[in-house]
Design a protein around this ligand. Structure first.
Ligand code: SAM
Length: 314
């Protein structure tokens, strides 16, 4: 397996945020919850030479590629790769570990998206799978063949914000009575023909949002995001940072609300990004996949900032 390259989104912003708070002389502890091609992990490890980085990925391709390049670059002592869903954050790490910085760069890697056999993209004819960890969970095809028309419509609407979710769900149910769904191209073709004729050739392909919705469902992307935030905050040191990059409004809303609603007296936080940071025009020019990225950052503080005092004392 050749692991594809990946442009690390907002890498400079992440390093700027970290260097503002920490110096490379300190011995720091970081976690990268979404290792992927390892670009963020590598940059953090190189900037803070005396640090330890705990990096998670649930994709075996990312882990085996990482093991090879970390060994080649002499980083295996500094970076500990953890082959797991980041949802197991608390269970996979020693109970006493506390972090100066935790990064989550949500979504799929270019490797996953550009590898036809993984089934993430309708640009290739491949098995309709979409699991980031192919050894766990249920492939997209099984969901598509097993869910009711009403359930499918609901998924396309809530996770894809797809306007023609009703028509697409109906066409899927009709088609699967003739032949079960097994490939990406079957689904692409069904979405295309379910769209009104005059809208089939718009800026966004009729299958785009349905593919996004199914991927979110298959990998429970929204569920694990909210969950891991609640696991990470209590593991931050005082002054520790949590940095999250998201790529669509559903994810960003979860992060924004989880930060805003975090009211735990023992682990007070300060929101450092009232508005999310966005990639520069230069970065978007270099990597168009960065265009929808949003970065939100919080810091664990010693005392609850006075204007948010919680709970209110009588
Ligand atoms: C956008 S890529 C990360 C790219 C990385 N920051 C870099 O610079 O190369 C997302 C990666 O996170 C992994 N991932 C997504 N959700 C995950 C989860 N819940 N648990 C573990 N890994 C996850 C994916 O398998 C993918 O490899």
């Amino acid at each position: 397996m050749k692991y594809g390259s990946h442009y690390s989104v907002m890498k400079k912003d992440i390093l700027d945020v970290l260097s503002r708070d920490f110096s490379d002389q300190e011995s720091l502890t970081f976690a990268d919850l979404t290792f992927g091609a390892g670009g963020h992990t590598r940059a953090i490890a190189e900037l803070f030479k005396d640090s330890s980085v705990y990096s998670f990925d649930q994709d075996p391709d990312a882990i085996s590629n990482g093991e090879k390049f970390l060994e080649k670059e002499g980083l295996l002592d500094q970076v500990k790769l953890i082959d797991s869903n980041f949802n197991n954050f608390s269970n996979m790490l020693a109970a006493e570990l506390r972090f100066d910085g935790v990064l989550l760069d949500a979504g799929v890697s270019s490797h996953q998206f550009d590898t036809g056999e993984r089934g993430f993209s309708f640009r290739f004819d491949g098995p309709l799978d979409m699991r980031m960890n192919p050894n766990a969970g249920v492939p997209a095809a099984d969901l598509l063949n097993g869910m009711s028309e009403e359930e499918l419509r609901g998924i396309f609407q809530s996770y894809g914000e797809e306007k023609f979710s009703r028509q697409i769900a109906k066409s899927i149910v009709e088609r699967r009575e003739v032949e079960p769904f097994t490939t990406t191209k079957q689904l692409e073709d069904t979405c295309f023909h379910a769209y009104p004729k005059k809208l089939r050739h718009g800026k966004i392909h009729p299958a785009t949002k349905v593919f996004q919705a199914l991927r979110i469902m298959v990998n429970d992307e929204l569920g694990v995001l909210g969950d891991v935030i609640r696991q990470v905050i209590p593991r931050l040191k005082v002054n520790g940072l949590l940095m999250i990059i998201t790529f669509h409004s559903l994810e960003d809303r979860i992060v924004k609300h989880a930060f805003k609603e975090w009211k735990n007296e023992s682990f007070p936080i300060e929101i450092l990004t009232k508005k999310p940071l966005l990639p520069s025009a230069e970065e978007i020019f270099e990597n168009s996949r960065s265009r929808s990225a949003k970065l939100r950052v919080i810091r664990r503080v010693k005392d609850w900032p006075s204007k948010n005092k919680y709970p209110k004392k009588e």
